[in-house]
Design a protein around this ligand. Structure first.
Ligand code: NAP
Length: 484
């Protein structure tokens, strides 16, 4: 190999897994003055890393796990940055074998929070700390400052916190890193972050589609609209990059690149995890679910092909006041986005109760203001909402958001109605408006469902006019009235 074996115990922290994320995280740590041990299953990758970046700062390379661990100063901190699942288990077990009581294993990969709960218990039984830390921001974030969401014990955060806060993104001088809660809380919050990211991307895509289909605007023209929206309360990384994506022209054909990209959205699974967990907790995260399903629908190639023959019977009138329509779409986007975030925070709230985590929601919003994919001006408003009222039962009912939603509702309804009439699919715009109407309804038809359930299954119901649980011997169709 092209590097020397490490001197014992010279590194402050180590990163195992020299893939895209691991190598950038190691460079970020080292640039911030931490002597960083680096290791990888295939040692060629470590050699390659040292060849490219070995001179940048103090790195301590290793050929195998035993060397990697022995190069760390106790209490040792070993970060795992490999694929979630079996790879993470394999690396954790190998790390634990060489560690001593009090050492800390940190999983910075995109692990499922329930795996993190299991791993924490496994390590704890061996006297080790295990910290599942969500890291968002992609490869650039890992290198220059991600948003970091660590779980685990408060003691492990005492050791890790200063290092993680130093390498995280900063907004108004504040680090985008906080101790989220115990065991799997960090990975849970990262999972919901990704779920919200799905919804945020989908509402942006729906706004683009409406501007394209209803106004016939080109990708370049829509790019300028998104660039202008980025200066409003919608200002965010995702809106900013949307303008960039729409501006891109294919050098070969001179066509906007977006018009050449196959319209099938892929997914790696964190949206699915968020929805699966929301179903377990019975939290309606309709925006995240619709966004996840929309990716599935886009990829349903055979079904889409088979459905092309439908006439659709859409209205065909044109928009006359284009400027007013663009502003309506902007407001519908903003209102739908508030719903998506409100639902995501509901999921975090319910999970904290169910799994026994003490999660400060203002701090979660605060560490999402920078470094991560959903970073936005908007997250400052969410932080303030939870600072105003830490017990807030519904984010969208916060005085600031409630006023904004109320102001946006007429535009939101016009846009959804127009989309439905003209056959432009807007699953998250539409379902978020439906969810909003369900929450504000004085009475829902759920009463009838309770009646149906009691009819066929004696599932009982409660009444509005008296306390207790009731069951009725309902009249069945055709049965004489006196038998009922
Ligand atoms: P990557 O570039 O594909 O690298 C994968 C790494 O995992 C390599 O170092 C590989 O080692 C190692 N590995 C795979 N299977 C292994 C096993 N069974 N035992 C030991 N090592 C194994 O991956 P990445 O993009 O850096 O992602 C790493 C983690 O970060 C993942 O959990 C990912 O979900 C998460 N993440 C990624 C992003 C992103 O934008 N890419 C953002 C946030 C979080 P070898 O070289 O030996 O194959």
């Amino acid at each position: 190999m092209s590097f020397n074996s490490p001197q014992p115990a010279t590194a402050d922290i180590g990163v195992y897994g020299m893939g895209v994320m691991g190598s950038n995280l190691a460079r970020n740590l080292a640039r911030n003055g931490y002597r960083t041990a680096v290791g990888n299953r295939s040692v060629e990758r470590t050699a390659d890393f040292m060849g490219k970046h070995g001179e940048e700062a103090v790195f301590v390379p290793s050929h195998n796990m035993a060397e990697f661990i022995s190069s760390l100063e106790p209490p040792r901190v070993g970060i795992i940055m490999v694929q979630a699942g079996a790879a993470t288990d394999a690396v954790m077990e190998s790390m634990a074998e060489h560690m001593e009581a009090g050492d800390i294993i940190v999983d910075c990969g995109n692990s499922l929070f329930s795996d993190t709960v299991r791993r924490e218990a496994w390590c704890s039984a061996r006297g080790l700390h295990f910290v599942g830390a969500g890291v968002s921001g992609g490869e650039e974030g890992a290198l220059w400052g991600p948003s970091i969401m660590p779980g685990g014990t408060p003691e492990s955060y005492d050791r890790l916190g200063p290092m993680f806060e130093a390498i995280s993104a900063k907004v108004d001088g504040e680090p985008c890193c906080t101790h989220v809660g115990t065991d799997g809380a960090g990975h849970f919050v990262k999972m919901v972050h990704n779920g919200i990211e799905y919804a945020d991307m989908q509402v942006i895509a729906e706004a683009y589609d409406l501007l394209k289909q209803r106004l016939g605007l080109s990708a370049g023209e829509i790019a300028e609209i998104f660039a202008a929206w980025n200066e409003t309360e919608l200002g965010s990384y995702l809106i900013e990059i949307t303008a960039e994506v729409l501006r891109q022209v294919d050098a070969e054909t001179g066509t906007p690149l977006v018009d050449l990209i196959v319209d099938r959205a892929s997914q790696k699974g964190t949206g699915k995890w968020t929805v699966q967990n929301a179903l377990d907790l019975a939290v309606p995260v309709t925006a995240i679910a619709e966004a996840t399903m929309a990716r599935g629908a886009s990829s349903a190639t055979e079904q889409r092909q088979a459905a092309r023959t439908f006439a659709g019977h859409t209205a065909n009138d044109e928009i006359t006041n284009k400027e007013a329509f663009i502003e309506d779409v902007r407001q519908a986007l903003y209102a739908s986005k508030i719903v998506a975030y409100s639902q995501g925070f509901d999921q975090i709230t319910e999970a904290a109760k169910t799994y026994g985590w003490d999660i400060n929601r203002a701090n979660v919003a605060r560490i999402w203001r920078g470094g991560c994919i959903i970073r936005a001006v908007f997250l400052g408003d969410i932080t303030e909402a939870y600072e105003r009222n830490s017990e807030l039962p519904l984010l969208m009912a916060d005085e600031n958001f409630a006023a904004k939603i109320d102001a946006a509702v007429p535009a939101w309804r016009r846009v959804v109605a127009d989309a439905v009439l003209h056959g432009v699919p807007t699953p998250v715009f539409s379902s978020s408006l439906v969810y909003f109407d369900m929450l504000r309804a004085k009475r829902l038809p759920a009463a009838l469902i309770q009646g149906q359930r009691d009819f066929f299954g004696a599932h009982t119901y409660q009444r509005t006019d008296k306390e207790g649980t009731f069951h009725t011997f309902w009249a069945e169709p055709g049965r004489p009235e006196e038998e009922a």
